[in-house]
Design a protein around this ligand. Structure first.
Ligand code: GAP
Length: 444
């Protein structure tokens, strides 16, 4: 964290610093900027797309690759109304909306500090009666209008896992306790998107539905609460910036017997990164009832048929990327100059290595390119030959690259390169033949 902030406390100045960095270094751009921007939509630039992919890969690695009891899925984004009737979204997925009769601004009533005063124009007593605004994006599938052609963009990835429960059980040889994981885009017509990519109308989720015998639900709920909190710590977020917050009874959905949020200390205070919910048998029963399909598990050994209960860790990929950026942002004074450095975990950092020839003369460019080709076979690497080497180091610090490999004029003689480490700025000289082994020890 920057010098003037204490870990575990909100730092409002950090917000602007990170948003500016995102624009300046190619992490995140406002969408349709040349047309004046499209509110609440963002495009991930050359560096941001790598980082977002790394967030998703790190989640997939922990949740699917390293586990014998979780399989993956990629379900469709477009879905028919029946799915959302059964899930309850068509009836209940709404927020209370009020309009200010004085200035015309729209607000989510439940987010207002003073439910009687418009935060846009300051007038009191000017709100319309609240009305429920459904957050789902509705569209038409095919060229013919009409009720039969209605379709929805999914507001969560979760339902894809429930409606494919039987398909997965029949094809994967998994039995409870087991999970289905999915990463993908979701869409919500949020009334008040904001705080950069924290709340947007189009975003990415990383969700897993873990199906368990009913008697084991509480045990698995506690297990996943701990696992998911630890995941953020393992990927470099200081524990003082994280907390697990159990929901109060009046916050719980009617079907949930327990929900906890992993929260992060954003510049404006604590905010949700992920919810872990004990959803009981609600989802499978709803879809069984509405579709007429049997969504049960038959335990042959016990000769018993039951509807599994579900534990759901549901995270946001785009929101999590923002938290990683905020947690990693640091400024320190080096030789009377402020050095901005993103102390990102190497799995999350956009580039793992940057190859920097000391000069862009041909005699260095050729062999430096060969070093780049060697490293980029295994690791996402950057190559940069313009500007003074100090400026290039600073640029890599600002995008969080853990290692810079410099090829200089001595390299032509000794066939060795200098590797500079981002956080300590320490340098080592290594024969080119040893570079891949050295990197593998540090990057995996
Ligand atoms: N299936 C359960 C579910 O979708 P949720 O709490 O509504 O639960 C899970 O969403 C996560 O998705 C949130 O913790 C958050 O990280 C992310 N998320 C939800 N709405 C979002 C939005 N409008 N913009 C960005 N991320 C969002």
């Amino acid at each position: 964290m920057s010098d003037d902030s204490t870990p575990g406390t909100a730092d409002p100045a950090l917000f602007d610093k990170v948003v500016n960095l995102c624009k300046r270094r190619g992490f995140v751009f406002p969408s349709a900027e040349i047309y004046g921007g499209f509110k609440s939509a963002y495009d991930y630039g050359p560096v941001g797309v790598l980082m977002l992919r790394n967030v998703k890969d790190a989640w997939w690695r922990s949740m699917v690759q390293l586990r014998h009891d979780v399989v993956g899925l990629d379900a469709s984004i477009l879905s028919p109304p029946q799915v959302w009737e059964a899930s309850g979204h068509l009836q209940n997925f709404s927020d209370p909306l009020v309009d200010c009769k004085n200035c015309g601004a729209r607000h989510r009533q439940d987010n207002l500090d003073n439910p009687d005063q418009c935060p846009t124009c300051g007038m009191s007593g000017q709100f319309t009666d609240p009305r429920q605004f459904n957050l789902m994006f509705k569209t038409q599938a095919g060229p013919v209008d009409g009720a039969g052609a209605n379709a929805y963009l999914r507001p969560e990835t979760a339902q894809g896992m429930f409606i494919n429960f039987a398909n997965v059980v029949n094809t994967s040889r998994k039995k409870p306790p087991f999970g289905i994981a999915q990463i993908g885009k979701s869409f919500r017509n949020e009334i008040t998107p904001g705080n950069f990519v924290f709340r947007t109308r189009e975003f990415e989720q990383m969700e897993m539905e873990f199906f368990v015998p009913p008697a084991e639900a509480q045990e698995w709920y506690e297990y996943w609460c701990n696992e998911r909190l630890q995941w953020y710590i393992d990927h470099g977020i200081d524990p003082s910036l994280l907390m697990l917050r159990p929901h109060d009874a009046d916050e719980l959905s009617h079907y949930s017997s327990g929900t906890s949020d992993v929260e992060f200390m954003f510049p404006w205070g604590w905010g949700e990164l992920e919810g872990i919910a004990n959803r009981g048998d609600y989802d499978l029963k709803q879809h069984a009832e509405h579709s007429g399909s049997k969504l049960e598990y038959y335990d042959q050994a016990a000769n018993e048929r039951y509807v599994p209960h579900v534990i759901e860790p549901a995270a946001g990929a785009t929101r999590t990327m923002m938290a990683f950026l905020m947690a990693a942002y640091d400024e320190e004074v080096v030789n009377d100059e402020t050095r901005l450095v993103l102390r990102l975990h190497h799995r999350i950092a956009p580039y793992k290595v940057a190859v920097l020839p000391l000069s862009k003369k041909d005699e260095l460019r050729g062999p430096a390119m060969e070093v780049f080709s060697m490293i980029s076979q295994r690791y996402q690497a950057d190559y940069d030959e313009t500007q003074a080497i100090g400026k290039r180091y600073r640029r890599q610090d600002e995008i969080g690259t853990p290692f810079c490999v410099t090829y200089d004029f001595d390299s032509l003689e000794d066939n060795a390169v200098t590797i500079r480490e981002r956080d300590s700025m320490e340098q080592v000289r290594l024969p080119i033949g040893d570079v891949m082994g050295w990197l593998a020890e540090r990057l995996g």
